[in-house]
Design a protein around this ligand. Structure first.
Ligand code: GLN
Length: 197
């Protein structure tokens, strides 16, 4: 089984560990550069991107993360994790750095205070059945470069058409939290990417 790390600085780490193991990976926590070096792929969980990036700097992980992503390590970012994998952020705190790798502009807390958290069914990639997606102060992808494949958009409501899941090469990101629903299809997809699919 591939070894998939979960960046364990902050956020909903345990839920991803459980989902990855259920999807057939060996899940390990990543807090140090040596642990990062040992994984075949990495999940960057939801949480608070500003805090997570500060901790990544404090734990000497930001540069190693950038390097591994540049070298092609598969990575999946959910919510705050999507913010961390984005090359560009709108509504970040001034100077908020990212790991980057995804040629996208991501808007933080994009759905607004009125609808801070909500759930919706979204069609995802070539899955037959829609996913039930949980959004918690979620970002969306506001602009995507030509090499970015859009996997899911919101349908209906004020955010109609907004991009909420993307893939670029071995990088995957969702605005929503599949680790909270018991539906393993996004983690299955990521584990297939880690295996080379
Ligand atoms: N709003 C948070 C951020 O920008 C993300 C929230 C989440 O991960 N649930 O980091």
């Amino acid at each position: 089984a591939p070894t998939v790390g979960v960046l364990a600085l902050q956020g909903d780490v345990r839920e991803h560990v459980r989902a990855l193991e259920a999807a057939g990976a060996r899940a390990v926590l990543v807090r140090r550069p040596g642990e990062l070096a040992a994984v075949d792929g990495l999940v960057v969980p939801g949480g608070e991107s500003t805090t997570m990036v500060k901790l990544a700097v404090a734990f000497d992980l930001l540069e190693p993360l950038r390097e591994r992503v540049r070298e092609g390590m598969p990575a999946y970012g959910s919510c705050a994790g999507m913010v961390l994998l984005a090359d560009r952020i709108a509504d970040g705190v001034p100077g908020q750095p990212t790991v980057g790798g995804l040629d996208v502009l991501v808007r933080r807390n994009a759905f607004g205070r009125q609808v801070d958290s909500f759930e919706a069914d979204v069609a995802y990639g070539d899955l037959d059945e829609p996913l039930h997606a949980v959004f918690i102060r979620a970002p969306w992808v506001e602009e995507a470069g030509p090499r970015v494949e859009v996997l899911a958009r919101v349908v209906g409501g004020p955010a109609d058409g907004r991009i909420v899941a993307v893939r670029q090469g071995r990088l995957l990101a969702t605005s929503f939290h599949p680790e909270l629903t018991g539906d393993l299809r996004v983690h299955d997809h990521f584990v297939r990417v880690v295996r080379g699919g």
